[in-house]
Design a protein around this ligand. Sequence first.
Ligand code: UDP
Length: 233
Amino acid sequence: MQERLLYEGKAKRVYATSDPQQVVVEFKDDATAFNGMKRGQIAGKGEVNAAMSVRLFRLLADHGMATHFRQQLDARRLLTDYLRMVPLEVVVRNRVAGSLQKRTGLPEGTELAEPVVEFYYKNDALGDPLLNGDHIRILQLASPDRVARLRADALGINHVLTGFLADRKLLLVDFKLEFGMVDDVLKLGDEISPDTCRLWDRDSLTKLDKDRFRQDLGDVEGAYQEVLRRVLS
Ligand code: UDP
C-alpha cells in the first residue's frame, strides 16, 4: 500500500499510495525543538503519538468534525486523506505558556477568561512567524471566510478536547492544529499528541508533554506513556 516518500518532516513521514486521494502518515521517534536547534529521540514517541491521534480523531468524528483519519495500519502508521494543506498553524490557548508567556509577560499557567486563537505562517525560512488577519490577507494564505471557519473549527475542537481530557485529569493548556482541503471541504490534518499539545496533570500541574524535552525536565518517555494511558482509559 505504502509507496513513494512524498515528504519527510521533523516528526513524521508521508508516503503516497496507489490511490492519489490517500496517503500513509508514519510517526517517528525523532524530536526537535526551538526551530530544529535542539534534536533528540523520545523512545516510543511515534507509537504514542499515532495511538493518541487516532483516539482523538475518532472522538472528533463522533462530534461531527471532519478529520483526515481513515484507518490505523500498524502501531506507527495511519492511512489518511490526502489534504491540500492550508499554510497556517492554528494555535488555541486556554492558559498562558510558551510564546504567549514571552509575548505578554503574564505568569505561566494564568487561566484565560476566553480561549485565544493564533495563526502562524508555516514557513521554515521565516521561522513560522505569528500573523494577524491582515497579514494572512496580503499574503493570500486564506480568505477571510476561511480564516473565520478555521477559528470556529479550532474553538469547537478545543471544547471537545478540553472536556475529554479534563475527565482524565489532564489540563489542555494549549495546542496546535493544521488543516487542509479535500475538494472544497476543510478537514483537520496532522496529529494531536504531546508533541503538539501542552498537557498538565490537573492536580499537581506536572508537565506531561514535549516541554519535558524542550526544558530538559527528565522522564519524557514516562510522561508520554502516562498521557496515552489516560487518553485510552
Ligand atoms: N506547537 C507545535 N508546533 C510548533 C509550534 C508550536 O506543535 O511548531 C504547539 C506547542 O507544542 C504548544 C502550542 O503549539 O502546545 C503553542 O506553542 P507556542 O506558541 O507557545 O510555542 P513554543 O513555546 O512551543 O515554541
